[in-house]
Design a protein. Structure first.
Length: 256
């Protein structure tokens, strides 16, 4: 049983709730290692198609648990990064961040490492590391400029200022803002919409989007060979989709 998070699985969706509310879900190395294993299991489970990550209590995550570090707490290698996500680059299944409160520093970096961000109207985002002599080196300095542009990103990074959910949506890193008490319903609705699509098509689509962003030109990205696309084309679902459309019935996706 996980010690630092709770897990629910239903209807092809895994919901992970960070569970250190007494520290605003700030994460220490043991928690990050545990979450790395949780998302390893998610990646390997053919029955799970989408993940949602959120936080218990008032916050999504306050980031790195500096108190643990200052108190001389256990330090472990964290090859998959904060929450097992910020240094994970091979996960083709989509992950949704349901941000229920503060997402500061490493907490914001966790959200940026997800594919969609659904935010409570009480959510706050920031990369405040420069205010304590640090820098957002778990992906924040890399992902935020790619997602919203350099000038907008530097406007947050160089000031360390707090950004509301509504401003986050205007800037472009938040997909949707929901009333606080309806946040998880909104996140599950997005996950359910994804699950209505063919799982291998979703994984191929995510894979091509991210890999093409690092390709020098549009032409090269469109001519590149993607293993995820080959898997999709050879799958049973590749036949089932057009067949269900022709028969005017909902498709029965198998994920294979």
């Amino acid at each position: 049983m996980p010690k630092y998070c709770t897990i629910e699985k239903s209807d092809h969706i895994m919901t992970v709730t960070l569970n250190r509310p007494e520290r605003l879900n700030a994460l220490h190395p043991p928690a990050n290692v545990e979450l790395g294993e949780v998302f390893d299991d998610f990646a390997a489970d053919d029955d799970l198609w989408v993940a949602i990550i959120t936080g218990a209590g008032r916050g999504f995550s306050a980031g790195n648990d500096l108190r643990h570090q200052a108190e001389g707490g256990e330090r472990l290698p964290m090859p998959k990064g904060f929450a097992g996500l910020t240094s994970r680059f091979d996960l083709q299944k989509p992950v949704i961040a349901a941000v229920n409160g503060v997402a500061m520093g490493g907490g914001f970096e966790i959200a940026l490492a997800c594919d969609l961000i659904i935010a409570s109207d009480k959510a706050l985002f920031a990369l405040p590391e420069p205010k304590v002599g640090l820098a957002a080196l778990a992906g924040g300095l890399n992902r935020l400029p790619r997602q919203i542009g350099v000038k907008r990103a530097l406007g947050m990074i160089l000031t360390g200022r707090h950004v509301s959910a509504e401003e986050g949506k205007a800037l472009g890193f938040v997909n949707a803002v929901a009333p606080h008490d309806k946040l998880m319903a909104e996140a599950r609705d997005w996950a359910s919409q994804i699950c209505q699509c063919a799982p291998l098509s979703i994984r191929a689509s995510k894979d091509v989007v991210y890999r093409s962003l690092s390709t020098a030109s549009l032409e090269e990205s469109m001519r590149a060979a993607y293993d995820s696309v080959r898997v999709m084309v050879k799958s049973e679902d590749f036949i089932e989709g057009p067949k269900a459309f022709a028969e005017k019935r909902p498709p029965n996706w198998q994920g294979r």
